[in-house]
Design a protein around this ligand. Sequence first.
Ligand code: PHE
Length: 461
Amino acid sequence: MLKVTHPQWTTRFAFILAAAGSAVGLGNIWKFPYITGEYGGGAFVLVYLACIALIGVPVMMAEILLGRQGRQSPIRTMRSLAQAQGASSGWQVIGWMGVVAGFLILSFYSVIAGWAFAYIPEALSGNLNGLDKATAGALFGNLTASPWTLLFWHTLFMLLTALVVLRGVQAGLERLVRILMPALVGLLILLVGYAMASGRFLQGLDYLFSVNVQAVFYTCQAGTCTFTAEPLLVALGHAFFTLSLGMGAIMVYGAYMPPQASIASSALLVAAADTVIALLAGMAIFPLVFANDLAPGAGPGLVFVTLPIAFGSMPAGQWFGSLFFILLLIAAWSSAISLVEPAVAWLTERWQWCRIRATLSVTGLVWLLGIGSVLSFNHWSGPEYQWFGKTLFDLKDYLASNILLPLGGLLIALFTAWAAQRRFSEQGLALTRGFALWWWLIRYLAPLGIVLIFLHAIGLV
Ligand code: PHE
């Protein structure tokens, strides 16, 4: 056994806060509404919720379990657990894929977090006051059209991320998230209240929750409709993305978890908080989308056009708006940290790099990759810079979220339930009840579900 080189969270609650800090981020407030809009509403939401409950939660428990039993970076954790279980050391590919996914995700995540950053001074200075559909659209359009502005905020965000990772994820993060979560939920509830009072609340709810299979899973042209499995894959990918699963972020946080803390209840709590926050965001945004005659499928700008209109017309909107974008930024920040932690932890273990060197190398590389995302909103937005009809930003998101994360989750499930002994999980989880259900989900349903959705998406079944 290698010696334990990493510190621990002080309590189980600290682990929950850190994991929730990783899970709750742009995925809930920016990505969930915009992809729900792109994929047509309720039926998509239903698939996403099913993926969270049936695949996400069991995989999250497995990922925390692996981390806690391995106690190192995901790459080394997988290697030593595989050794201990008499399985191939090839399982460390889970760790490697996770590092790649983390780089890809953060290299666009940081640019979007930069948008939230850029909106703070806009809100503070009163520039959002009285915005309407056209002026809000123009404000957002001007921001994304300027590569230098985007680069500036992207750089600032990466510096912030590096700052926390440098000091070690424990210091500061706990305190930050403890304040952030309640404040964020409070503001979202306020926004939902505003949407109730002035938006088309019922129409928004209807869009989010009434299941219209036709609208989501069929594309119709000239009277003939064909089934498309893409929304299935995107909903699955988003379940992984929003819970930070399949790439080692939760595994590395699990490695810092105290030995006696309950894994199952922690995973359930984190998944529940994450889901509630996403649904609140959806309930705040869609009524306003309809009230302002915006298109739900407008794409990545959806939230950044809709909410400024709301802040622009509510009493004290200048302050609520500023606070909201500050909280969104912090939420993104606490997620970004967990995206680099697996790579940083590995560099410090494997090569004995000091944290400063490891952090600066990783964040520096992500920053560089991020320039591609910056440009894909302006200079590289044209068709000559698109592959499969996707810009570099879309492509990175698609590859990481819809392919690498579910694939990582699949391998985590297979390792836990097929390569390792059943006793390994029984002892590690120490469940008094429900083990049989979890075992069935992680051994059969989750892997089968992921494989079927993959096969569906490439048109094989
Ligand atoms: N879960 C984060 C969010 O929803 C994003 C993330 C994905 C973080 C994967 C870590 C790992 O914003």
